[in-house]
Design a protein around this ligand. Sequence first.
Ligand SMILES: Cc1ncc(COP(=O)(O)O)c(C=O)c1O
Length: 475
Amino acid sequence: MTLHISLVGRKQLSVEVYRQVRDAIVCGTLRPDERLPASRELAADLGVSRMTVTVAFERLAAEGLVISRVGDGTYVTADAAGSRSNPRRRQIQGVLQPRHLWQSVPLPTAFAERARFDFRTGNPDVSLFPSATWRRLLVAALREQPLTERIYGDPAGHRGLREAIARHVSVSRGLTASPDDVTVTNGTQQALDVIGRVLLSKSDRVAVEDPGYWPPRRVFETLGARVVPVPVDREGLVIKALPRHVRAVYVTPSHQYPTGAPMTLPRRQALLDWAERHGAAILEDDYDSEFRFSARPLEPLRTLDATGRVIYIGSFSKTLLPTLRLGFIITPRSLQAAVHRAKFLADWHSAELPQAALARFINAGDFARHLRRINMVYRERHELISHLLARDFCDQLEVIPSGAGLHLATFARRASVDDIEAVANRARAAGVAIRTLASFSAGAQRRAGIVFGYGGIAALHIEEGLRRLRRCFSA
Ligand SMILES: Cc1ncc(COP(=O)(O)O)c(C=O)c1O
């Protein structure tokens, strides 16, 4: 290996030789056990005194990066790259530590894994995304609105998209909103982060559903709030279990995540009354209600809200693609300015080009057509799983009725939480990925059951996947 060292314009020549050789070792350009050039040769090459090179080599040896073998030469030590005495490595790892709570926040690595029969929840079928149309719309949006036209966009989002979303939620969800009420976000996740910043002070309490969707819990905790898990039954959140002094309640009323049960009308009314009495905000996550296979779902809580305490959150992650990172908040007027300011502080605004393409997609009727098409695909999977569970698992699992969304959940009739965990492990070995109901719990009350997602499995593979799962019960 020819070692390239440049001393042009440098003053402290020995320090410079030391620094450049050290960097070469740390970066792996010089490998363990590799021989360094002889000090005499290197000095001649560089046009410096031999002493300059010798001092540099001695310093490297003192730090354990090289070793001199008498009569042989100077070598990079075997453990130089990982050596604790390696100052650059210390610098790369860093001495700073995150706040304690960040150590327990998981990253959703599960999506990187693949399973042959994938019944995990949360993932739509990405092969249904209308790529060709989207490409065309991106090009059209770029043509109409060159990226160089403005410096920054509106933190509330692309005006055309806000108008399109306001119309879309009015038609599909019966929700009256003006474009000014809409803030475009990078998915539900950012919507919750922005709302949390606007509403929550340190140590405020936020009630969340249990079992429930874990990322909102973590968002609120990292903002300094105290999260209180509240049980869910077949009618939705158990209102009488809500603690006092709660600043906000996070719910998924259209299709409870993960039980799939819609919140009944009396329960919705009770939640609104409760929030009114306690001065709490309601964060309504309507993440997958566009998929409906039975009667029209109940209208959002937001449509029943007479006092402006419901904040509605929608997402295009399930209907289009999670990687688009497009979602929105419909905010009561009283919070509008603060939400726009919080979105600005978070990331100024979401990327404009995909927003402009989505506005076209909705306005041209492509979104409504796309929803009809994917609804048919998911309806078939939903019906097939419901049918097979009723036929082959009725002694083991009780299906929780739900006519919407991308998953359906079951309670175990006899098996315990641990039994179901063992079934899930055996299933994994047989190429079948499922989520246990207990894995969605935040509190002590864990219920035994299985949740079946069907975004990640084609109808064609469902029967074989469930057949393999069935065998895992009797093992
Ligand atoms: C309950 C719930 N809300 C929202 C989302 C979507 O989040 P995002 O819009 O950040 O992709 C998901 C995704 O799995 C979810 O399960």
